[in-house]
Design a protein around this ligand. Sequence first.
Ligand code: AMP
Length: 640
Amino acid sequence: MSAIVAYRRRSGWRESDAAFVGRAATHHQCSISVRSPIGNRDDDDLDRPRGGVPDRRRRGFVLRTSDRWVGGVIRDRWPRGTAPVRQDSTVTQRSGSPQSGTGAATAPESPENIGTVAVVGRGRLGSVLVEALQGGGLVVSGPHGRGYSGEREDAIVLLCVPDAAITSAAALICKGPLVGHCSGATGLASIAPHRGFSIHPVMTFTARTGPAALTDTPAAVAGTDGPALDVARSLAVRLGMRPFTVAEPDRPAYHAATAMAANFLVTLESAAGTLIRTAGVDPKVLLPLAHAALDNWGEQGAAALTGPVSRGDQGVVKSHRQALTGRTPELLPMFDALVAATQRLAQSRIDKTRFTVGTRTMLVVNTVSALRRALKAHGARSIGFVPTMGALHQGHLELLRRAREDNDLVVLSVFVNPAQFNDPADLAAYPRTDAQDRAHAETAGVDIYFAPTADVVYPPTFTATVALAGPIVQTFEGAHRGSGHFHGVTTVVTKLLMMIRPDRAYFGQKDAQQLRVVQALVADLDIEVQIVPVPTVREPDGLAMSSRNVRLTPESRSMALGLHQALVTGRAAFELGETAESIVASAARILDDYSIVPEYLAVVDGNDFRQILGKPAGRAVLIVAAMVGRIRLIDNVVLQ
Ligand code: AMP
């Protein structure tokens, strides 16, 4: 056997180096020709092409003199797989001339001084690590069987054995070397009384995994002390991995997260595969989608969440559930748990929503003059305006999304308008979440966030009222919240439209009567703005999103579902051709089931909000308002 060794050292060439090379030749049973005894490149350059990826086809070794390391690479002249892998002899010594033999070993003093690494465990991970450590230029012995007790020259014994076998394998190791293990779940107490470390590649290993899988893989490292931790870090780097530290108390949480990210993902994909197979479709069609979803999560976090649950599309979620009930009922508990978890995630994502638009800078203004300056400075071709009272939720964000889609500039107003509250206690209790609202607004692509105080909108000199007349402002909300309610709405909306002069203003169908009032307002006053109605955004269970929902107790939250259920039942009656009276009666029965006493429940003409009796004709809306616990909620469904 023969091999050519390209051999360099960092500086200078010593007599003793020749002895080491000679020793390496004996050890590797090859002849060595020294190509370049003096050089100034880093040892790693020899076995790492530029770019830092180790070339696994080469066999590396590192020789150590009394005061420095020298390294080399044996260009593999042997047929693949038969190149010598040292099992039990010595290439390095802590000092003096090389010797071999067994006895007490000594742990490395610093990460630079990593000596022989003995790998224990002949499983997949053990073999992969032996190959990878050699590729990283380290002197490696093994993989040894689990009964290995350590050799004199071992600086590190790395246990690549099942978690349950770590303690017993560590107990066999003689005193001296650092003992490492590769488990994520097992604490360092398992290697006591040794000093040592753990190094856990955040990667799954299958029968087909090779050392290349380690390259660029993050690795969790921990140490019984600082130097041991440094050695673990250094080993990880030599293996081409990216080390990060996990403290012992955090280990279970860290490992649970890796199990969720990898193992549970397989469970999830298998479940999806089972279901799609019932439709006669090969589960493999899901792969590109799964990859894309993961990539998106990597880039955007929770903002990557898409789909019916996060959209609040309750109808689709329901149809999914029905499909599972019929075809794979065993998957229902998992499905329900995931719907609930996804729902919570969709609710909580503040920093990154699916409405993120580039990296615009949002301007926050509080006065009318600052607002006008901002509008002028922008010189937008089209302005979209979304008036709100804050405590923003997905319903508001849907309005903003539409505004962002349609316009050059988006202005959001956040103003809890005292003029439209008939009950001072209700005004005082109205949720105010300014910081959160700003975060939502910014990620929703708002350009100008206008949050005036009450005295900016209603200075002491203010006396005007903009008031519509007729049933549209007197019935239902007008009747129950008092005539002042809609006067307060029309006054503030007129003021805001005058301040901003938008091309389009966005209002939710959720407040159906308010929407009609605003449409009538701009028609009556010839205000040049397009009022854009936006359908109601609902929670997955159907509850209409509202700023007030956060004030619902868990009991009243369940009770509140009755509103939507009643509307759905009413619409079903309408679709069967029932009269307004029986539509209302069937909806009322559901409210009763939920112990909800409505303030009003009626089928109304969608134009003027007069109550309809008999068979609904033209635009008809089923509307409801009720105190649910201590919170007043309203909702509606358009019948036609
Ligand atoms: P508010 O902050 O409650 O005054 O609402 C501001 C705007 O958002 C109004 O046009 C509401 O109709 C609209 N809005 C509130 N909740 C929803 C919802 N769940 N879906 C769609 N629009 C909504």
